[in-house]
Design a protein around this ligand. Structure first.
Ligand SMILES: [Zn+2]
Length: 260
């Protein structure tokens, strides 16, 4: 490895060079580079300087797959969450919405989780509007469904900050349902956010009383809501920390019948 040309912060095609990444096994200089698509990888100095590398590889894949609507959706979703120059940035990356690592890693992962876009669907939709782009929280939806989801996001102003109900709840360590119920009972925000949730009293509910209970009433309600909105029971299982069988029984109403 001879003299190292400093490529830091230089642009090559879709790539922005970061820091020096050492030498490879052939003693060739490498640099970390971030592609406009969001992927970061180490690239040979010579590949950058000769113009051989102009993206992480996605622009080559693009030639083959860019005509599919699924690929365009994947690209758009990543841009929304990583490109602050886009006009809708404040609705996505700007408020902490992320793309999960599995989908960032490859288009194939995204396609195998989402499946091909069905006829009649027009866009990708997050079931929980404050959740990330990840399996279990996304579906192919019509424009009507998307609009509905957006309208049902409840914004609350408190201490001069405007946040969604679920954002306030998450920051206070409460479930959305607990916070929502407190507000509908007329509690002020300070009390609603700070009071410790009561534990269920013995004999209150068959479910929470049961020794084997793996989740709370609120978990069951939110699981069923997501299930009704199109998430599969098996995708919900890891999010609620339970087996797929348990999730399936809860979603289909075979267990926790007292909450139906
Ligand atoms: Zn790329």
């Amino acid at each position: 490895m001879g003299r190292i040309t400093n490529l830091e912060n230089k642009r090559y095609g879709m790539l922005t060079v970061g820091s020096f990444a050492g030498a490879n096994a052939h003693r060739q200089a490498m640099w970390t580079a971030r592609c406009d698509c969001g992927v970061q990888k180490n690239i040979l100095s010579t590949s950058l300087l000769t113009g051989k590398s102009r993206s992480c590889g996605c622009s080559r894949v693009k030639h083959l797959k860019s005509r599919t609507v699924e690929f365009r959706t994947w690209t758009a979703v990543k841009s929304r969450c990583s490109n602050h120059r886009l006009s809708g940035w404040h609705n996505y990356g700007g408020r902490g919405i992320r793309v999960c690592d599995r989908w960032l890693a490859s288009f194939d992962n995204f396609l195998s989780d989402m499946g091909p876009r069905p006829d009649g669907a027009s866009s990708i939709d997050r079931i929980n509007n404050d959740g990330d782009y990840e399996p279990g929280n996304c579906r192919w939806a019509t424009h009507g469904q998307q609009g509905f989801n957006r309208r049902t996001t409840r914004l609350i102003q408190h201490n001069s900050k405007v946040r969604s109900l679920s954002d306030w709840a998450a920051r206070a360590g409460l479930s959305v349902q607990t916070l929502s119920r407190r507000l509908s009972r007329g509690w002020d925000m300070d009390r609603a956010l700070t009071e410790t949730p009561r534990l269920g009293r013995p004999g209150q509910h068959a479910g929470t009383l049961h020794n084997m209970a793996k989740c709370s009433d609120e978990d069951v309600r939110s699981m069923r809501a997501l299930f009704a909105a199109g998430a599969s029971a098996s995708s919900l299982a890891p999010r609620f920390n339970m087996s797929k069988q348990n999730a399936n029984r809860i979603c289909t109403g075979k267990t926790w019948k007292h909450l139906l």
